[in-house]
Write a protein that binds this ligand. Structure first.
Ligand code: MG
Length: 158
């Protein structure tokens, strides 16, 4: 049995007039992610961790921003496609751990809902998917509410 670890990161600028979608959940907010897709920073970090672990490149190669097919596409759909490739490579996800750094709103009330979206796609029990919400304690662009950042690690086996 082989194990492969992956690391992913993503960040987006927050602007007025865009939905704030994190972990597949539409979070009530006056600002949202400026992005070509739906800007789901958590799923984008997770996808890069999965692709990295599987040796399948990265999200920018798979879903180019220049391709209109991906304009405003749901990142849940992107994750579904990536997981199909992971499974086709004979790999399965053992666990994933993630964190989102966002000053406001508080994400804790939405974490269970995020897991309901993500766990079936990853074939994981909720106890094998970590989603942690942090703030930047007022420091930098994240702290001033101008940006959001996410990190993810995952372990694959096959
Ligand atoms: Mg992104």
């Amino acid at each position: 049995m082989m194990f492969k670890v992956g690391l992913g990161f993503d960040s987006h600028r927050l602007v007025a007039g865009r939905p704030l979608i994190i972990g597949g959940v539409n979070i009530p907010s006056v600002v949202g992610c400026q992005a070509h897709s739906d800007g789901d920073v958590l799923i984008h970090a997770l996808i890069d961790a999965l692709l990295g672990a599987a040796g399948l490149g990265d999200i920018g190669q798979k879903f180019p921003e220049t391709d209109l097919a991906y304009k405003n596409i749901s990142s849940l759909e992107l994750l579904r496609r990536v997981m199909a490739e992971i499974k086709a490579s004979g790999l399965a996800v053992v666990n994933a751990d993630t964190l989102v750094i966002l000053e406001r709103p508080k994400l804790a009330p939405f974490i269970a809902q995020m897991k309901e979206h993500l766990c079936p796609l990853l074939d994981l029990q909720p106890s094998s998917l970590g989603i942690k919400a942090k703030t930047a304690e007022g420091m930098g662009e994240i702290g001033s509410g101008q940006a959001v950042e996410a990190w993810a690690t995952t372990l694959l086996t096959g």
